[in-house]
Ligand binder design. Structure first.
Ligand SMILES: *Cc1c(COP(=O)(O)O)cnc(C)c1O
Length: 363
């Protein structure tokens, strides 16, 4: 029997009765857009995070784009970010007509390398967009020091880091605005698309609320160019249920990761270890391979699902090649070597052992 890379059903099944009740509540409600469920979820998520405001939107990518706009990024401005997090952060930058400038990553943790950041800041730089990749907090203290000195806002990409902390402080509270995704695979997953911007800043929160709804004021007059990107009541109602299980889900992910660490000790792969001083949210369990094709062939033979996050660095994608201005050796090497193993709440009890057995032994 095959072991899929990801399956949302075990976690949703545990909460099935409460999720079904939430769906019925929305079916019976008179208001289906920006109603009480979204309002309650925004409040509950912000409280869980320890932020003043949550603003629900349609996706994590939209949350990033709105956050960048809210901090003042516009056409032809430059946003510093990484190239190893797939397309979404770059798509958010490009949605504003702004230009990504890619910064290489730390060779051990694969998140934005602050030592590379200072050189990348230029006259057109308008914001910094670090990604807490795989659930590993980017070093926001060092990044903030550089950004603050130049008056640059930091927008955190928390799509993979619900539950991660740095020096005891949650990712999502370390920059000006944080963008979360509730795509079904994420640590907090909806039954469809969803996202949220979190911030402590009252003015930015008001602007985000406006931007997600055509730039409207209370009388539905557009005060500025806005978007239609709203979290819907159904997803919000389901997310409220899942939020109550989020801390347990992250703890389960961390326990599975610890089991992998032990089980893979004699396998021919190298786990990407968490950085110092942080709690890794274990959105993904990522190893590096000397010969990834051989490793994935072995997993295929054993019926074990796998994924690569991400195989093509953004600056090598046709759409973003014009922004490939500096060599990114650490990023490129990592993209050739990384491999994600199955890890999600409700993973079958024998899965870790089964994956480990399927992997080639260290020679
Ligand atoms: C998933 C993801 C996003 C985008 O979230 P969506 O809800 O799918 O738009 C952004 N950044 C990272 C790092 C992600 O993993």
């Amino acid at each position: 029997m095959t072991l899929p890379f990801f399956d949302p059903r075990p976690e949703n099944d545990r909460l099935r009765a409460r999720i079904e009740a939430a769906v019925r509540r929305v079916l019976d409600a008179p208001r289906l857009i920006l109603g009480p469920e979204v309002e309650a979820f925004e409040r509950e998520f912000a409280a869980w995070l320890g932020a003043r405001h949550g603003v629900g939107v349609n996706s994590g990518t939209d949350a990033l784009a709105l956050a960048l706009r809210a901090v003042g990024v516009g056409r032809d401005d430059e946003v510093l970010t990484v190239a190893n997090a797939g397309a979404p952060p770059v798509a958010a930058v490009r949605a504003l007509g702004a230009r990504p400038r890619f910064v290489d990553v730390d060779p051990a943790t694969l998140v934005l390398d602050p030592d590379r950041l200072a050189d990348a800041i230029g006259p057109r730089t308008r914001a910094v967009l670090p990604v807490h990749l795989y659930g590993q907090p980017a070093p926001l203290d060092a990044i903030r020091e550089l950004a603050d000195a130049r008056g640059l806002p930091v927008v955190e990409d928390c799509a993979q880091s619900h539950g991660a902390t740095l020096g005891g402080r949650p990712t999502g509270t370390l920059g000006r605005i944080a963008a979360f995704s509730f795509y079904p695979t994420k640590n907090l997953g909806a039954v469809g698309d969803g996202g949220l911007c979190a911030t402590d800043d009252d003015d930015l929160a008001a602007r985000l609320r406006r931007l997600r709804f055509y730039g409207f004021d209370d009388e539905r007059r557009a005060l500025e160019d806005g978007a239609n990107t709203r979290l819907d009541e159904l997803q919000a109602a389901i997310l409220r249920v899942k939020l109550t299980a989020l801390d347990a889900a992250v703890a389960e992910r961390q326990a599975l990761a610890a089991a992998y660490d032990e089980a893979l000790a004699d396998r021919d792969v190298i786990p990407v270890a968490p950085g110092a001083g942080c709690e890794h949210a274990r959105h993904l369990y990522v190893v590096r391979c000397r010969d990834r094709a051989a490793v994935t062939a072995a997993l295929d033979d054993a019926g074990v699902g796998w994924a690569v996050h991400y195989p093509v660095p953004a600056h090598r994608m046709p759409a973003y090649a014009p922004f490939a201005d500096e060599p990114l050796p650490v990023t490129e090497r990592a993209c050739d070597e990384v491999l994600s193993l199955p890890l999600h709440p409700g993973l079958p009890g024998d899965a870790v052992e089964r994956v480990a057995t399927a992997l080639p032994a260290r020679g």
